[in-house]
Every structure is written in C-alpha cells, then in structure tokens.
Design a protein around this ligand. Structure first.
Ligand SMILES: Nc1ncnc2c1ncn2[C@@H]1O[C@H](COP(=O)(O)OP(=O)(O)OP(=O)(O)O)[C@@H](O)[C@H]1O
Length: 407
C-alpha cells in the first residue's frame, strides 16, 4: 500500500537518513523507533509530503506520493503531528469536522453523512463527551484524542502519527495504542513513531529502528529487538534491554568514578542510605567508599522488586541459587549482578551450594524472599538456615519494600 524506495530524507544542507526501503500494508502497524535526533520525524514528514525527498521516492498504491494533488492525497492519508495547535474558539466537534474538508463541496457544508462520520470518529476514540468542549480548554490527552478523531474523519487508507502518546498517562497510552491496533484492522495502514518501546513492541506488526543515518533494522519486532540491537540503538551503558521481558534493567556497573562523586558529595550517614560502606574508621572525604554487599535468595519472580530496590540504591548484589530458567535469573542477568546458578530443572549440586555459602559469608547482609520450594531448589532452604546460623544481618523480604527499610 505504501512503500519507500531508496529514499533519502533531510534538509537543505543535510542528509538525515539514506536508502530507506520500507513498506506498510493495510491492516498493519509500522512503528519507527530510535534515539532523539535520529530522524524519525524527518522521515514521517517526508512520507507525509511536508518535506521533499532528497533522493528516491515514496509510493502509495504505485503512484508517487509527491506527485499527488493535496486534495487527492487528503482522501488517502491523514497525519497527526506532535506540533501543538491552538485553533481559536473551536469545539471538539469543530476540530473533527476539519477532517471532512477533502469531501465537502466548495462551500464546505457538512452533509448528513459527513456528520455521521464525525460522530463515528469521535466514538472510535472515546471522545463523544468532548464534542461540545472548547479545544483550548482540553487537557493534552483530550486534545490528542480529538486530533486523532479529526484524522479518522478523513477516512484515510494511511494514518501517520508522530509520537501520539507523548502527553498521555499510562492508562491513556495503553488505550491509544489499543485503539491503533483496532484501527489497523479496519483496512488502514498505520505508520507511527513511538518513544515508548515497551508499547511499540506490543502493538507493532513491523518495526524500523533508526540510527546512524540509516534504518539499522527493519522487520518483525520480535525478531529484531534483540538485547544487542536495542542496547546499541540507544547507546546504553548503564542499563541493559531484556529481550524476554521487553524492557530495561539498570546494570551492575558501579564504577569508581560514581563512587568518588558520591564520596565528595555526601556525608557518612547518607552513604549508608545509599548502600555504601565506609572503609576507614574516621570519615574523610578522601576515603574510598565501597558498595554494601547483599546476598539475595529468591526465585520465581519473588525477588524482582528487591533486586530493583538494591540495584538503584547502589548495593553490590549477589543472588542465588537460581535456576537458569527462573524469571529472577533473567532479571539478574540483565542487571549483570553476580549470580550463583544451577542448570534448569537440575537439583542444586553440592559444589554450587558450597560456593553459595562461601559467597554469602563475604556479604554484609542476607535477604531472602518467600520463594517457592520444590525438590530441585530444596538447598535454598538450607542456605537460609545456614545464613541464620551466621553473624550476618538477615531480612525476610515479604514483597514490600518497607520490609527492607531497617537494613
Ligand atoms: N527544520 C530543520 N532543518 C534542519 N535540520 C533539522 C530540521 N528539523 C530537524 N533537523 C535535524 O534533523 C535531525 C533529525 O531530527 P528529527 O526531528 O527527525 O529526529 P527525531 O528522531 O524525530 O528526534 P526526536 O526523537 O528527538 O523527536 C536532527 O539532527 C535535527 O537537528
């Protein structure tokens, strides 16, 4: 339905993206993602004919899109950009009715059918309550809905949206992305840029990743959104993308530079809140402060919240004993913390158990969750008993961060 062929987009003195070859069919959503300034909006604006291609072409049903008359194009494509518009003294209904302009006659009078389509468009985006409301008295999220309803009133075959979720709260983001999913099944092809990759992954049929002046990867999101690609896409250094979960975790790169910065900035009391141990008896800003070491025994997802809590507070984490197919293992691995692990579905070996005990004794505190116990991880119960027999601070994590507060 729409395709770009060897397309180069950019401005008078710059080429922003070169050799872009994408296509999107009806009933499909193509999501474009990438870091700030990568060229997503420039690409969308070129597809929407607001910019002229520097090379190559965009085709809509085999016609060059830049050769179509605006009135003809308006019946095929509708565009919702992020630019905030403030139409003077217009209601939601008035704004949506702008979408009917390509179809109304010279006088712009709305027919019965036009009015029905306006009402239907408002209904589709769940905005019928906003029809009488003044557009500039609406919240950002309400305006976004009206702008999408306006685009739908054009009855386009292709809908282009630049960052449609940027002003929306979590619930409205999900509502909007589900709406796009629903619309895409009504014979519409959708091209959308999103910063929220978690949502993009869940609604996109195809994804184009933009970086280094080109399309870095293009295809099914499930295939192309690998840890390595997404880490590279955003140039991540202090977090990792987890391809199973489809999101990021902070990683264990507590470095000397960060430690020194904290050393200079905070007093010893705050350091203990940050999970730092003072090495000298007298506090001195030149002391090297080391992260406190915590050993976490968990499993089956019961450790996820504790892992994130300790990670963001700068603790040096050892976790174990986890089976390699455990969700807590997947999270810990993404964080790059020290993991004592056992092969999936195998009993914990004596050797692994002894290693865990040794590493536990090297920690400042021991935290264990209400992990599920079966035959193969029985030894984790023994590990808890072993910790209790040692002179080490022990906390039972009951799932609430409050239970960790008196560490
Ligand atoms: N009107 C313009 N004239 C010249 N250069 C521009 C213009 N608009 C954007 N650029 C440049 O083009 C590049 C790509 O910008 P673009 O807005 O397409 O990126 P983006 O991926 O949409 O970024 P963001 O995620 O921050 O919205 C940037 O280097 C930007 O400075």
């Amino acid at each position: 339905m729409l395709k770009t062929e060897n397309l180069t987009v950019g401005y008078a003195n710059s080429e922003v993206l070169t050799d872009v070859n994408l296509n999107v069919h009806k009933n499909e959503i193509l999501c474009i993602i990438g870091p700030n300034g990568a060229g997503k909006s420039t690409l969308l604006k070129t597809i929407a004919t607001y910019l002229t291609p520097k090379k190559g072409a965009v085709y809509i049903n085999s016609s060059k899109i830049h050769n179509l008359k605006p009135s003809q194009l308006a019946k095929e494509m509708a565009v919702v950009l992020t630019d905030r518009i403030n139409p003077a003294n217009m209601t939601g209904y008035d704004v949506i009715s702008i979408g009917r302009h390509p179809y109304t006659g010279l006088l712009g009078r709305l027919s019965k059918k036009d009015k029905e389509i306006i009402m239907h468009s408002a209904k589709l985006v769940n905005a019928t309550k906003l029809l009488e409301k003044n557009f500039f008295e609406m919240s950002d999220g309400e305006r976004q809905k009206i702008m999408i309803a306006r685009a739908l009133a054009q009855e386009p075959e292709i809908l282009i949206l630049d960052e449609p979720t940027s002003f929306l709260d979590a619930n409205h983001k999900i509502e909007l992305t589900l709406l796009l999913r629903k619309l895409s099944k009504k014979n519409i092809a959708i091209i959308v840029t999103l910063h929220d990759i978690e949502l993009a992954l869940r609604i996109a049929d195809k994804m184009a990743l933009v970086k280094d002046n080109k399309i870095l990867a293009y295809g099914f999101p499930e295939d192309i959104m690998t840890t390595e690609t997404v880490n590279y896409l955003y140039g991540l250094t202090e977090a990792n993308y987890n391809e199973q979960i489809g999101y990021f975790e902070l990683k264990n790169n507590y470095n000397q530079e960060l430690t020194s910065e904290i050393n200079l900035e905070v007093n010893s009391e705050v350091n203990s809140d940050l999970g730092l141990n003072k090495t000298g008896s007298e506090f001195d800003t030149n002391d090297v402060l080391l992260p406190k070491k915590v050993f976490i025994t968990c499993g089956g997802g019961t450790g996820a919240k504790a892992l994130r809590y300790f990670k963001k507070n700068g603790y040096d984490i050892t976790v174990g004993i986890l089976h390699e197919n455990d969700i807590d293992y997947a999270i810990s691995k993404t964080m790059e913390v020290n993991i004592i692990s056992e092969k999936s579905f195998s009993n914990i070996s004596g050797e692994t158990f002894e290693n865990a005990k040794k590493q536990l004794l090297n920690c400042d505190m021991f935290v264990y969750s209400n992990f599920p116990v079966g035959e193969i991880n029985q030894k984790n119960n023994e590990l808890v008993e072993f910790a209790k027999s040692q002179d080490i601070k022990i906390i039972k994590f009951d799932g609430s961060i409050d239970s960790l507060q008196n560490l």
